[in-house]
Design a protein around this ligand. Structure first.
Ligand SMILES: *[C@@H]1O[C@H](CO)[C@@H](O)[C@H](O)[C@H]1NC(C)=O
Ligand SMILES: *[C@@H]1O[C@H](CO)[C@@H](O)[C@H](O)[C@H]1NC(C)=O
Ligand SMILES: *[C@@H]1O[C@H](CO)[C@@H](O)[C@H](O)[C@H]1NC(C)=O
Ligand SMILES: *[C@@H]1O[C@H](CO)[C@@H](O)[C@H](O)[C@H]1NC(C)=O
Ligand SMILES: *[C@@H]1O[C@H](CO)[C@@H](O)[C@H](O)[C@H]1NC(C)=O
Ligand SMILES: *[C@@H]1O[C@H](CO)[C@@H](O)[C@H](O)[C@H]1NC(C)=O
Ligand SMILES: *[C@@H]1O[C@H](CO)[C@@H](O)[C@H](O)[C@H]1NC(C)=O
Ligand SMILES: *[C@@H]1O[C@H](CO)[C@@H](O)[C@H](O)[C@H]1NC(C)=O
Length: 666
């Protein structure tokens, strides 16, 4: 007896391994592969199908899912575009979407037992959220980042001269062609579909609002956000995570050769070790006691060496989040270049470097400035405003926003109506906020809240992003506001001698900076996009006025409840009992039933001429468009060279990219 209990499990395991690996839990199979890989000091690559089966073996608890969806729905009520997305104005190039309706559909499916794993529901919800194509609206759900996916074949989209329509090549082929002039064939189809059409469809899931910008994300990007881990080194084509697609792809080249490639998956956790899907779900999805969770290490920016692929320069900050260049490449003799891959940075450093470099460039006799914003994901809004003021010290940066009016936002605004703290970023505290002209404040909480009926949505009055005077500080300067003296006090370069370089993948504060510069007459040149002789937008990323983490919403709600309770106790309640009840009912629960995090777009941003149409629904073509050449992918300076020629040197732009002309010159 004793003998069998010891032997049986061993025998069973051996039989399973020999017989049918389907009998062993898929997550356990992955754990074993990961263990082996770690022992051999290689990174674990597991079959795509096995990863998929492991995820599908996660259980589904409908009660938790219902609680979570109710919470998510209330959070989404704060998303400023939620009504407009159902019936967007004509300038918007993405399809309409009904996100709250989609949540209700998913709730219905939960109630009719349509899901068997957490992964299935999370995937549907993730896809629903992505239909907003809003980089500020992101849900990180517990089952969605367990694996990353890859294809070992980065692609590039290249034009022979920047003007001819581009074709898709493998990056390896493209490099071969360049180094040994080997004749290589373009990729003509993927699984039987024309390559560009297939890629365009594949790219359409990206949270960018422009199809050309989406297309560019498939391919390698220049040092995307240098301060953080580069996220698009090989392009998203090489990191396919879309489960609606199969595990294999057949590539056909122009010379008739076919190749089959396999997608693989890598667990995000180096020591992935789970017995089964339940075990994985318990750890990844059930709420943790936050007080015992390790606090994430962040903050200190590490000093970096020179930016790979760019010339050496003395004009760069320690994190490489801004750098100034003079290039020896022909055609750039008169041009100073500012490389600006992110706005998440030390604001004071950025300001100092920009002023010093522009000063030096003027004294060195440079005539033109190019600002390279390619793949800039945004960051601190105040840096965008400050930089625009460094270029144009006398232009008042116009900012005007609205947040969505609904019960929770209304009672938050009312609850903060007596707030006299110094939190200049609390949009619900009307005493902190000012009108777009920066001169007039609001007389009461409902003077700011409204609500107003705007494009079929209920929205607040127009308010500036923030009060520049109270926000500007030594650490987050805004040139000429608050304690920060106006320096420079006049423009180093006129607007016509400044041009912005983008690849459409310009998001959030980047989008906003482009807007402020454009209002002064600065032009934009954009690179890449789909193989079409058409204009391309310079900004394809979200143009929303404020991104807010869900934890901040929860924080505001908890703090407001404290203020209300104090006011009740002191005998002058901020809200009546009925109002407080309505506030509670419209507020998302601050205790989560599943682990997740997220962000939303709290405020829409508007132009001075149109306080109704949020900027992200307005189409704006760049003044000039060029396609990438292979040289451009390999030598960043060749992008600056091409941009300087097109913008300042009478060079051509892609045919059809500027209203009936091929050149910006006369
Ligand atoms: C056809 O082109 C592909 C892609 O450039 C290349 O890998 C392959 O070797 C070529 N086949 C032949 C037979 O030349
Ligand atoms: C491509 O074709 C293969 C073979 O027909 C199929 O197994 C796979 O699912 C397809 N892939 C995609 C992404 O459609
Ligand atoms: C999954 O693994 C855990 C151990 O982590 C075990 O307790 C549980 O019984 C297993 N569940 C199933 C369904 O096999
Ligand atoms: C510009 O900066 C360089 C150092 O990068 C320095 O050598 C040069 O003297 C400066 N020029 C002027 C005019 O200040
Ligand atoms: C701020 O508000 C609190 C409570 O409403 C009040 O006690 C305090 O005196 C106020 N402080 C200032 C500086 O106005
Ligand atoms: C902006 O903030 C400053 C400093 O706190 C304050 O003096 C000014 O009145 C505010 N602006 C408006 C329009 O309220
Ligand atoms: C502008 O700034 C320069 C350099 O800091 C200074 O010399 C000059 O006096 C300023 N001019 C005005 C009008 O403030
Ligand atoms: C609203 O919720 C808060 C916090 O959960 C609670 O303390 C308060 O009693 C509730 N108010 C009403 C009127 O139900």
């Amino acid at each position: 007896m004793h003998l069998t209990t010891v032997l049986t499990p061993i025998l069973a395991a051996v039989v399973a391994a020999i017989h049918d690996s389907n009998d062993v839990e898929p997550c356990a199979q992955i754990s074993k592969l990961v263990e082996d890989a770690n022992e051999n000091h290689i990174s674990a690559r597991v079959p795509h199908d096995l990863a998929h089966r492991c995820l599908l073996s996660m259980p589904f608890e409908s009660d938790r899912a219902v609680d979570f969806l109710h919470q998510a729905r209330k959070i989404l009520e704060f998303q400023s575009t939620i009504d407009i997305l159902k019936n967007p104005p004509s300038g918007y190039t993405m399809p309409s979407t009904d996100i709250l309706g989609g949540i209700d559909t998913i709730l219905g499916k939960v109630k009719s037992n349509s899901y068997t794993s957490q992964f299935e529901m999370d995937l549907e919800l993730t896809q629903l959220i992505k239909t907003a194509h809003d980089g500020h609206l992101v849900f990180q759900l517990c089952s969605q980042s367990i694996f990353t996916y890859q294809i070992d074949m980065p692609l590039v989209s290249i034009s022979t001269d920047g003007l001819a329509l581009p074709q898709v090549y493998t990056l390896d082929d493209a490099k071969l062609q360049r180094t040994v002039s080997k004749a290589v064939s373009p990729l003509v189809s993927i699984n039987g579909t024309d390559a560009a059409t297939y890629l365009e469809l594949y790219a359409a899931g990206q949270n960018l609002q422009d199809r050309d910008a989406q297309y560019n994300r498939l391919f390698p990007a220049p040092a995307r956000s240098v301060t953080n881990t580069p996220t698009n080194v090989n392009g998203i084509w090489a990191s396919i995570g879309d489960w609606t697609e199969g595990a294999q792809l057949t590539l056909k080249f122009g010379n008739g050769t076919e190749k089959t490639i396999e997608k693989t998956a890598t667990p995000s956790e180096k020591f992935f070790s789970y017995k089964n899907g339940t075990n994985l779900y318990n750890i990844a999805c059930l709420p943790r006691d936050l007080s015992t969770a390790p606090s994430s290490l962040s903050g200190a920016e590490k000093a970096s060496s020179e930016i790979a692929g760019l010339p050496s320069t003395t004009w760069r900050n320690s994190a490489n989040s801004i750098a100034g260049y003079y290039s020896k490449v022909p055609g750039l003799e008169d041009t100073a270049i500012i490389f600006l891959p992110t706005f998440s940075s030390s604001a004071a450093e950025v300001a100092q470097l920009a002023v010093d470099f522009l000063q030096n460039a003027t004294e060195a006799g440079k005539k033109n400035v190019l600002i390279d914003l390619s793949s800039n994901p945004g960051g601190y809004m105040s840096i965008g405003i400050d930089l625009s003021r460094i270029f144009f010290p006398h232009a008042v940066p116009y900012t005007a926003t609205r947040y969505r009016a609904h019960d929770a936002a209304k009672y938050l605004t009312k609850a903060y109506s007596r707030d006299n703290s110094t939190d200049t970023s609390n949009v619900f505290a009307y005493r902190q906020m000012v009108r777009p002209d920066q001169k007039i404040d609001f007389s009461s909480w409902d003077d700011m809240y409204g609500p107003h009926d705007i494009l079929g949505s209920s929205a607040s009055s127009l308010l500036a992003n923030f009060n520049y005077t109270s926000t500007s500080s030594k650490g987050f300067p805004i040139n000429g506001y608050g304690p920060v003296p106006l320096n420079p006090n006049s423009s180093y370069f006129p607007a016509e001698n400044i041009a912005l370089i983008t690849d459409g993948d310009c998001v959030s504060t980047c989008a906003f900076f482009v807007k402020l510069m454009k209002r002064q007459g600065v032009r934009t040149i954009t690179f890449g996009g789909r193989p079409r002789n058409e204009p391309m937008q310079g900004v394809g990323g979200v143009k929303g006025g404020q991104s807010l983490g869900i934890n901040y919403i929860n924080g505001y709600i908890a703090q407001a409840n404290g203020l209300i309770a104090d006011s009740v106790n002191s005998g002058s309640p901020l809200l009546t009992d009925a109002e407080w009840k309505a506030f509670n009912e419209s507020s998302p629960s601050t205790t989560a039933s599943l682990q997740w995090s997220g962000n939303l777009n709290l405020r829409n941003e508007y132009d001075p001429e149109d306080g109704q149409t949020p900027l992200q629904f307005v189409y704006e073509a760049a003044e000039c468009r060029l396609f990438y050449t292979l040289e451009n992918y390999v030598e960043r300076e060749s992008v600056w060279q091409a941009a300087a020629k097109a913008m300042f040197g009478g060079g051509e732009c892609v045919e059809g990219s500027i209203m009936g002309k091929g050149s910006l010159g006369s």
